[in-house]
Write a protein that binds this ligand. Structure first.
Ligand code: SF4
Ligand code: SF4
Length: 326
């Protein structure tokens, strides 16, 4: 550890590991970054323990990058510790930023999830119906597991977050740009999304020139049920591509691979509820008579609206919270 270099930390909470992979995907650039900073804590890659983190002075770490949603009591404890030890906290990736894919589990009560995993999942055999326990005695020693919380939450519901890096996972280019911004000392306003674009994905999409000025859709189609012209705007073909309401910066990777945008970079500035914005946009371009049957028919190709429109942001959904409160 060198005294002169800024210290950084990386930590994962409820995460698939993809955000950790994304850091490794920086390849040679990771070595260049490692020359400029001291990585003092990164459980996936270096052997630093919680006690090492506790020994640091408060604010001694310049920036901590935290990926994954908050789902366990251990996550809460660790991110509070990192907040205390860090000048800047960055929510890295969609799960940390908006709850991410795993916050779709918020559709189900905690007990139902635990029961399914312990007893009902197709790969489980549990004839004694043994349930998870937070505390277990083994040979006179009490072992304790972290508590599985009521729901998955984005990082900024637990600690103050200074910056957000979007993506599922963030691309190496976005990550690099964000790290360079943070190390430059020329910091954007607190609370900003960094490393990505401030325009919608359509602006950088190679199919944008084929998107009609007045876009109207008669029926949404499932990708698996449609014949797609790869040279034409997917939304103009009825595929519910979320590029118009999603922040750009990913270089349209999914579109280039023939897939519609599903919104992992989240909303543009000023939008609070991503799914709400998406549903409003898709409804506004629907060209059907305003009758229930006609509308339902047009939406048949969107069979799981919550899973599609809130794929990465259910934990931040105002609509869903309102419903849950009721
Ligand atoms: S943002 Fe995506 S890649 Fe990163 S941890 Fe969540 S699910 Fe995995
Ligand atoms: S709607 Fe989708 S396919 Fe069409 S221009 Fe926008 S991002 Fe590209």
């Amino acid at each position: 550890m060198s005294e002169g270099k800024p210290k950084i930390a990386l930590y994962w909470c409820a995460s698939c590991g993809g955000c950790e992979e994304a850091v490794v995907d920086l390849a040679e650039d990771l070595l260049k970054i490692a020359e400029k900073v001291d990585i003092v804590f990164w459980p996936v890659a270096i052997d630093a323990k919680k006690e090492d983190l506790e020994k640091l002075r408060d604010g001694e770490i310049l920036v901590s990058f935290i990926n994954g949603a908050i789902r366990l009591s251990e996550h809460e404890e660790m991110v509070k510790l990192l907040r205390r030890k860090s000048k800047l906290i960055v929510a890295y990736g969609s799960c940390s930023y908006m709850g991410g894919i795993l916050s779709l589990a918020n559709l189900y009560p905690r007990e139902e999830i635990l029961r399914y995993v312990a007893m009902e999942a197709p790969t489980v055999e549990n004839p004694g119906e043994t349930m998870f326990k937070e505390k277990t005695m083994i040979n006179g020693v009490e072992l304790e597991l972290p508590r599985f919380l009521e729901k998955a939450r984005p990082l900024d519901e637990i600690v103050e977050v200074d910056y957000y890096i979007p993506g599922c996972p963030p691309t190496p280019q976005v990550t690099l740009k964000a790290i360079e911004t943070l190390l430059s000392g020329n910091l954007p306003p607190r609370g900003s999304v960094i490393g990505a674009s401030d325009k919608s994905l359509c602006n950088e999409c190679p199919l944008n020139s084929t998107k009609p000025e007045k876009l109207l859709v008669k029926k949404y189609k499932r990708l698996t049920h449609a014949e797609i012209d790869p040279e034409k705007c997917l939304l103009a073909q009825g595929i519910p591509c979320l590029g118009p309401v999603t922040r750009g910066g990913c270089n349209a990777l999914c579109i280039k691979a023939g897939m519609p945008c599903t919104g992992c970079f989240g909303p543009l500035d000023g939008v609070v509820d991503y799914g709400g914005k998406a549903v409003s946009y898709l409804a506004s371009i629907l060209d059907v008579p305003p009758e229930k049957d006609a509308v339902l028919k047009a939406l048949e190709g969107l069979p799981d609206p919550v899973g599609y429109l809130y794929k990465y942001s259910l934990a931040k959904s105002l609509l869903f919270r309102k419903r849950a409160e009721r």
